[in-house]
Write a protein that binds this ligand. Structure first.
Ligand SMILES: [Zn+2]
Length: 363
């Protein structure tokens, strides 16, 4: 056994010596002679080794980057997200408010101007001072997607395009062209006749529910109209109820600047029964806000009065438009100085009883 071990040791020693000799000779390079096979093998081996190490290091660095992306803030919860959004909105609001205030012009308006504009409130308390100064007959300016009762049906010339667009779009969707504007502008005299006829027929109390006294009808503004449905055989129209396909008009009219003026459940505010056929133009921003918040025009007036140019009411449109609106109380004995932004387009309307409403288009 001992001998055997000795023999083994001797064999191992000689193998180790020959491996050592191989490496020694491989690493020994005589630059005056061409490289030996062993030298070439070693150069290749070393090159391969270094390349492998470098490749490994690069992969490690790369993997480290993928495995550990830059730290992101934790995903906000719904509440945080809401807070963040409102914070963003409020910061946007601050920037825009500052912007709004930065360069203002002052428009001086006489007190009587409170009676003009698309937002004038006409109801049983607030009389209409207009008498058809700027109305036009729809018969010659309307498109073919709706009908009018006769040539006397007129509206304010400023809203003709809005009326046409609304019925054109309705026709494009449903192919219905039987909607009829039965009545638009009504003069004080005509209103007087209607009121008297209704009073004779139903008594004053009932007449008051359905027909405005002369001077107090919205129809006198030129911004309101009543719908009916045309009967094919040429008979008289049938009542428009805003149901079925026609509900599209009642639900989308705000996009064209109209509201359904007398709402169900708001009779105590408007003073009138629900009238799904009576539409009123107030402009797209106000109509959008009114419809979205299910308000009457009376309630919109109460709301807007709380806002000033320093703190305007922001209204968002369904197509991401942004408007700001604010109120300026009128001076009864002097001209009212209405501040308006220089760098944005705006409209000013009287409210018909106490002041002016400025509506600014932001985007
Ligand atoms: Zn009406």
């Amino acid at each position: 056994m001992v001998l055997k071990n000795n023999t083994l040791h001797s064999n191992e020693n000689s193998r180790l010596k020959s491996v050592g000799r191989f490496f020694r000779e491989a690493f020994t390079i005589d630059f005056n002679k061409p490289l030996s096979i062993k030298n070439q093998f070693m150069v290749m081996f070393v090159t391969l080794f270094i390349s492998t190490v470098l490749f490994g290091v690069l992969c490690f660095i790369n993997n480290t980057q993928v495995a550990e992306p830059p730290k992101q803030p934790a995903k906000p919860t719904a509440v945080q997200s809401q807070k963040q959004t409102s914070r963003q909105e409020s910061s946007q609001k601050v920037i825009l408010n500052t912007e709004l205030m930065k360069k203002v012009d002052i428009i001086s308006l006489p007190y009587e101007e409170i009676h003009n504009g698309e937002l004038i409130l006409v109801n049983k308390e607030h009389q209409c001072t207009h008498n058809g100064e700027s109305v036009v007959s729809l018969l010659n300016v309307k498109t073919g997607t709706y009908v009018v009762a006769d040539a006397s049906v007129s509206v304010d010339q400023g809203i003709v395009d809005n009326v046409n667009h609304m019925f054109d779009d309705f026709y494009d969707i449903y192919g219905e062209s039987k909607v009829m504007i039965a009545c638009g502008y009504r003069s004080s005299e005509l209103q007087s006749e209607l009121y008297e006829a209704e009073t004779d027929r139903e008594g004053e109390d009932t007449a008051d529910i359905w027909v405005a006294p002369p001077g107090y009808s919205e129809h006198q503004t030129g911004y309101a109209f009543d719908l009916d449905l045309m009967v094919e055989d040429g008979g008289i129209g049938i009542d428009y109820d805003g149901k079925g396909n026609y509900s599209w008009l009642n639900e989308n009219c705000c996009q064209y600047g109209f509201i359904v003026r007398y709402l169900e459940g708001k009779e105590n505010i408007t003073g009138y029964e629900y009238e799904p056929w009576h539409f009123r133009y107030v402009g797209v921003p106000a109509a959008t806000y009114i419809m979205e918040n299910e308000l009457t025009l009376e309630e919109y007036m109460d709301t807007v009065q709380k806002y000033s140019i320093q703190k305007p009411l922001m209204i968002k449109g369904i197509n991401d438009e942004v408007w700001y609106t604010y109120y300026v109380p009128a001076q009864e004995k002097d001209k009212t100085e209405v501040p308006v932004p220089q760098n944005y387009s705006y409209t000013i309307s009287g409210d018909n009883f106490s002041g002016f409403i400025v509506t600014v288009t932001i985007s």
